[in-house]
Design a protein around this ligand. Structure first.
Ligand code: DQQ
Length: 531
């Protein structure tokens, strides 16, 4: 059963439940995405690997399920895993199997026929599992192998998330053939108090170059990103640091911003993300799972649950040198239809300005904001943080846009900045926020205020890019320094009734907003036409 909340250009299965992205790769002209999929229901369970292919990561063709639970070593679930492309063109897929006794083990699978660009058939290695929990690691704390990378000793490395007591950690294994493994004496990294690490991701970024890097690249111009999905809080945290291949350890640049206690990949609803290196366009691409925030009953009624974010390119931020930049892959631009431009629209304190663009359910919005102090007021102080939402007022915020709003403003989702202060060199750190609290009048919907901090350098304007797709809003601040994905279920602001507004709830500043807005086409996402 479909419903109006269904998205138009985000990837989701035709029906039923999806969670983590698995084994993304580019092979023989096709992007492949696999995903944790329950073919029987719109809630988690009976987990298989769904499979789809695309030429551009926007339009998708569903393929038959790639891996199902059918042997003792994965009978309780074919759980998350990653792909590795070997230099000889072969593909290795490592995934976690939940065994008949609910022990987490690592299994090996490979394509039955490498000359099939669709990689339709998968073979499980006959002697699976290839790894079982090592001594000292709980049977339920050993999951989600990463893409492998190769060291100068010609051995591949794979890291696997775990915990010991409350310390989250990642184990490293070395292998030559993906069948026999040796466990490293050291953890790749461990952070006390962070709990179980799921879906660890580990990848290099270029500190000066323009491109993404293959997982095996290392050297003086390279830093490494370690990401863990924290089971206790369901948040994806990352940190940037240095990888030492001699003993397979990683050290964060800033111990105060270590994995799980510092930066988040996304400050909204987002989990279990995974990157891959796209050798076709020399970029690193990030996938992430966005859960529903309505009730399970509502999900069962609508017959589906969850979607994947728009794939994002990931780069090191060469200006701040402290964070990543995430940006929707350039292929999204191919969905752009009519274009609207607004120059220096003045939004006075306490006012709302409609933007006349027609229906506002499928949009790509790029907005820049300039601040004008009111002569009568001087430079006041703002709030620190996003507070209880966009209704909070201070001298310097909030201001931004109201997305998926109806004409009466009975439903709306503010995406906004709230400055705390302005310094003499004009650089600042601002809060970037999304407020779901008035997004829906439907019952049983969880509605939160999402908060992040984002650096704004002295030569930069405040800017945001926002992708709107019926029931999801993905918001990128300052070129992707911080990202917030939110889920909304409007009942009034749907289809032709959805509108877009500017707002300014600050008391002491005028806002001058300049925007470029595109209506976006729907993507073609449908079964592969085998006949
Ligand atoms: N989802 C999978 C696990 C993983 C978790 C099971 C994260 O492999 O740890 O569906 O969402």
């Amino acid at each position: 059963m479909l419903s109006w909340q269904r998205t138009a250009f985000h990837f989701q299965p035709q029906t039923n439940w999806m969670n983590d992205p698995n084994g993304p790769l580019f092979y023989s002209g096709w992007y492949h995405i696999f995903y944790q999929y329950n073919p029987d229901s719109a809630v988690w369970g009976n987990i298989t690997w769904g499979h789809a292919v695309s030429r551009d990561m926007i339009h998708w063709l569903y393929l038959p399920i790639a891996l199902v639970p059918d042997t003792w070593h994965d009978i309780n679930g074919v759980w998350s895993g990653s792909a590795t492309l070997l230099p000889d063109g072969k593909i290795v897929m490592l995934y976690t199997g939940n065994t008949a006794q609910n022990v987490q083990v690592q299994n090996l699978a490979y394509p039955a026929n490498l000359s099939d660009p669709l990689l339709l058939d998968w073979v499980k290695y006959a002697d699976n599992p290839v790894l079982v929990p090592p001594p000292g690691i709980g049977p339920k704390d050993f999951r989600d192998p990463t893409t492998a990378w190769i060291g100068p000793d010609e051995k591949w490395r794979v890291t696997i998330g775990s915990k010991v007591n409350k310390t989250g950690l990642s184990l490293v294994y070395r292998t030559k053939d993906f069948i026999h493994y040796e466990l490293s004496d050291h953890y790749l990294h461990a952070v006390p108090g962070t709990g179980m690490w799921e879906c660890v991701d580990f990848f290099p970024v270029s500190v000066n170059g323009p491109n993404g890097l293959d997982s095996s690249v290392n050297g003086p111009e390279v830093k490494h990103v370690l990401k863990a999905s924290l089971d206790d809080t369901k948040v994806d945290h990352y940190a940037i640091g240095t990888y030492f291949v001699e003993n397979d350890t990683w050290v964060p640049d800033n111990p105060h911003e270590d994995v799980g206690i510092g930066l988040k990949l996304d400050y909204g609803r987002y989990y279990a993300s995974k990157t891959f290196y796209d050798q076709q366009k020399q970029r690193r691409v990030l996938w992430g799972w966005i859960n529903e925030s309505d009730s399970e009953t509502a999900d069962l009624k609508k017959g589906w649950a969850s979607l994947q974010t728009i794939p994002r390119t990931v780069l090191f931020d060469k200006k701040t040198r402290t964070n990543l930049l995430q940006w929707p892959v350039e292929e999204v631009d191919s969905l752009r239809l009519s274009n609207f431009e607004f120059e220096e629209v003045v939004v006075k304190p306490g006012s709302v300005v409609p933007l006349d663009i027609g229906p506002a359910t499928q949009l790509d919005i790029f907005a820049e904001f300039e601040i004008e102090f009111l002569a009568s007021k001087g430079i006041g102080k703002g709030n620190v943080g996003c507070g209880s939402g966009a209704v909070d007022r201070s001298a310097l915020g909030p201001f931004g846009i109201l997305a998926i709003a109806d004409d009466q403003l009975s439903e709306l989702t503010p995406i906004y900045f709230h400055l705390s202060s302005i310094t003499s060199d004009a650089s600042l750190t601002t809060s970037f926020c999304v407020d779901e609290t008035r997004s829906s009048m439907a019952p049983d919907v969880s509605k939160l205020v999402f908060e992040s901090k984002v650096p704004v350098l002295s030569d930069e304007k405040l800017s945001m890019r926002v992708l709107v797709d019926h029931s999801i809003i993905e918001s990128f601040a300052q070129g992707g320094r911080t990202v917030i994905s939110s889920r909304v279920y409007p009942t009034e602001a749907i289809y032709g009734a959805a509108r877009l507004f500017l707002f300014n709830n600050a008391t002491d500043i005028n806002i001058k907003a300049s925007l470029k807005i595109w209506q976006l086409n729907s993507a073609f996402i449908r079964p592969f036409p085998f006949d």
